[in-house]
Design a protein around this ligand. Structure first.
Ligand code: MF3
Ligand code: CO
Ligand code: CO
Length: 289
């Protein structure tokens, strides 16, 4: 549909098109003519949606802060799940992973050689030396936010600590690579370069993703890739960056019994950090971390 200046903008802001996304559309049109892949309109969030995602993220961030204050050896991953679940419900939110495609719990807990999607259990007791990723996704009033952090339990090996730190730096390199009107592939390129220069490998079978109106939206955000390739990053896009970095091979396998828990194929350690970000006119806003 061709909009005139005085029509209401397609983003449903209620503003006139020429006071909202007219210049935005012109810019994307030019890039499209140069054969760039440009985001579909449904990936561009308006002010109201962004505010909704921010509110959801207040709960999501609160959960991770609470976990960070509480987590210690002797706790079970079920205990972490219970904490998060109750915190979410008491604030009017819904844990997005609970019953998502059959996932049975309110967050993911992935320990040591588990790459992602570990299922909390009363049989899994945290012990000194473990590294664990806690990945939380919250729905509030229909808006989604998603983030994860690593925690080191007690005294961890130098190898484990280094992996956790370098993986956080991988996320930072990815964040720094996000430029409005830049390329999606710049993110993966930056992460891959940094991970490999430290002797680590990048998991390829999972990536970041658009988020906000659903748990997983387009685009798929690869954590490896080439500069100057992939979708244009336009202001209003909300997505995650969540590198999974392995000490050994990038290869993974999924537990056949539960269909979720993902391990490194060679048993080496794996770490992950995840943020939800918004692309703004002049950079990024970290919405959930
Ligand atoms: N939070 C995860 C992500 O970063 C999604 C988990 S889906 C689940 O994309 F079903 F495994 F919980
Ligand atoms: Co997540
Ligand atoms: Co995610």
């Amino acid at each position: 549909m061709i909009l005139s200046n005085d029509d209401k903008c397609w983003c449903k802001s209620g503003l006139k098109y020429n006071e909202c996304h007219l210049d935005f559309d012109k810019k994307l049109q030019v890039l499209k003519k140069q054969c760039c892949t440009v985001p579909k309109r449904k990936l561009i969030k308006n002010k109201e949606q962004i505010e909704g995602i921010r509110k959801s993220a207040e709960i999501n961030n609160g959960i991770l802060d609470l976990v960070s204050e509480t987590i210690k050896a002797g706790m079970t991953t079920e205990d972490i799940n219970t904490l998060a679940h109750e915190y979410t419900i008491s604030r009017g939110g819904i844990p997005a992973t609970l019953n998502y495609e059959g996932f049975p719990k309110s967050l993911c807990t992935s320990i040591n050689d588990e790459v992602c999607h570990g299922i909390p259990s009363k049989d899994v007791i945290l012990k000194n030396g473990d590294i664990i990723n806690v990945d939380v996704t919250t729905i509030l009033n229909g808006y989604y936010s998603d983030a994860s952090r690593m925690f080191m339990i007690g005294e961890v090996s130098d190898e484990a600590r280094k992996l956790v730190e370098i993986t956080k730096e991988c996320l930072n390199k990815g964040l720094e690579a996000v430029k409005p009107w830049g390329f999606l592939g710049d993110i993966g390129a930056a992460i891959q370069k940094y991970a490999q220069s430290n002797g680590y490998s990048v998991v390829r079978d999972f990536g970041g993703h658009g988020v906000g109106l659903d748990i997983h939206e387009d685009p798929f955000v690869s954590h490896c890739g080439s500069k100057g390739t992939g979708m244009i990053l336009a202001p209003g896009m909300v997505f995650t960056i969540e590198p999974m970095i392995n000490v050994g091979s990038h290869k993974i396998f999924i537990d056949e019994d539960n269909g979720w828990t993902t391990y490194t194929s060679d048993g080496s350690l794996s770490a992950q950090w995840e943020n939800t970000i918004l692309v703004t006119e002049d950079g990024i806003e970290i919405i959930s971390k």
